[in-house]
Design a protein around this ligand. Structure first.
Ligand code: MTE
Length: 298
């Protein structure tokens, strides 16, 4: 597997009607201004990013409430200054770090990713972030580590969902080490070149674009390298409905609804339901699951 992510994300083969705008187009200016530079082969439509408003006002962040607009209304009260992250388990450099110290100097870039929520809606988000692999290299993953576990902050004073106990907090998530090291897996610290807003998981959240959105844990305060598969919040809440892997898969339905299609948030050009793509349109990750029955390991 190529260590660095270099692709400009053109997936015509998988999705004839979809074509990624690459970073240059995004940086050159969004929307019509960006289209001028698209490859001539493009019978395909550009993959339009959702608006800042869509991305930052329709959220899942249960610590701040279960309504889609609860995070934008409530998360502003969270103070992310002086944020610290604990790195522990099977690492060479365990410790509790100031975030700036932990991630300082890591190369950040903008990536336009499809985001597919398990509730069968989707968005396209221009994230700013760095590869999780670079952070893991920095802390030094030791022999024997097979999974990475993540934990979100718990600040009851500003988190009404925590006070009400709508889930078993802290929110926890996990990846197999090879998934965590994959160049598509990033830690996001921004959106549209601005600091990531609290409702989207400030100051740092995971983004794993081939998995359902709930794997992308927000406002991370702990990263642990571990030997055994770690517990995950939604699997703990309902193991029948939410597995550890949670790869986007149109062929494996959620017990209560189909995963074959999705509703693109934001309407306009994409108002119609779209077909959901295997691995959310990132076929390059298929090798991670070779030989696994994805109906069993969902
Ligand atoms: N992280 C925490 N800590 N708490 C949450 O409730 N919700 C998850 C995920 N990360 C969640 C979380 C779910 S269900 C989704 S769909 C995405 O965050 C939503 O990310 P977004 O609000 O940036 O679209």
């Amino acid at each position: 597997m190529a260590r660095r992510w270099t692709n400009d994300l053109t997936h015509d083969d998988v999705t004839p009607e979809g074509l990624w705008l690459n970073r240059r187009h995004i940086l050159a200016g969004l929307g019509a201004a960006g289209l001028a530079g698209l490859p001539a082969a493009g019978r395909a439509q550009p993959l339009e990013p959702n608006s800042w408003d869509d991305i930052t006002s329709y959220n899942n962040f249960y610590e701040f409430g279960t309504g889609k607009d609860d995070p934008v209304r409530n998360a502003g009260a969270m103070d992310t200054s002086g944020w610290q992250v604990t790195v522990d388990g099977l690492v060479d450099n365990p410790g509790t770090y100031d975030l700036a110290e932990l991630i300082g100097g890591l190369e950040t870039e903008e990536r336009l990713y499809r985001f597919r929520c398990v509730e069968a809606w989707s968005m396209v988000v221009p994230w700013n972030g760095f590869e999780l692999a670079d952070l893991l290299d920095r802390v030094g993953v030791q022999e024997g580590a097979r999974y990475v576990a993540f934990e979100t902050a718990v600040i009851p004073e500003v988190m009404p969902g925590v006070r009400r106990g709508v889930l078993d907090f802290p929110y926890v998530e996990g990846l197999r080490l090879d998934e965590a090291m994959h160049p598509l897996t990033i830690m996001a610290t921004g959106i549209y070149g601005r600091d990531i807003p609290n409702q989207n998981g400030a100051p740092m959240r995971l983004v794993v674009p081939w998995k359902y959105g709930f794997k992308s844990i927000k406002s991370i305060v702990r990263i642990s390298l571990v030997e055994d598969q770690p517990p995950t919040s939604w699997n703990k809440a309902n193991a029948r409905e939410y597995g550890f892997y949670s790869n986007v898969n149109p062929n494996v339905d959620h017990p209560r609804w189909s995963q074959a299609t999705e509703r693109r948030i934001g309407g306009g050009l994409f108002a119609q339901r779209q077909e959901t793509l295997m691995f959310n349109g990132y076929p390059e990750v298929a090798g991670l699951y070779e030989g696994m029955d994805l109906t069993e390991f969902f």
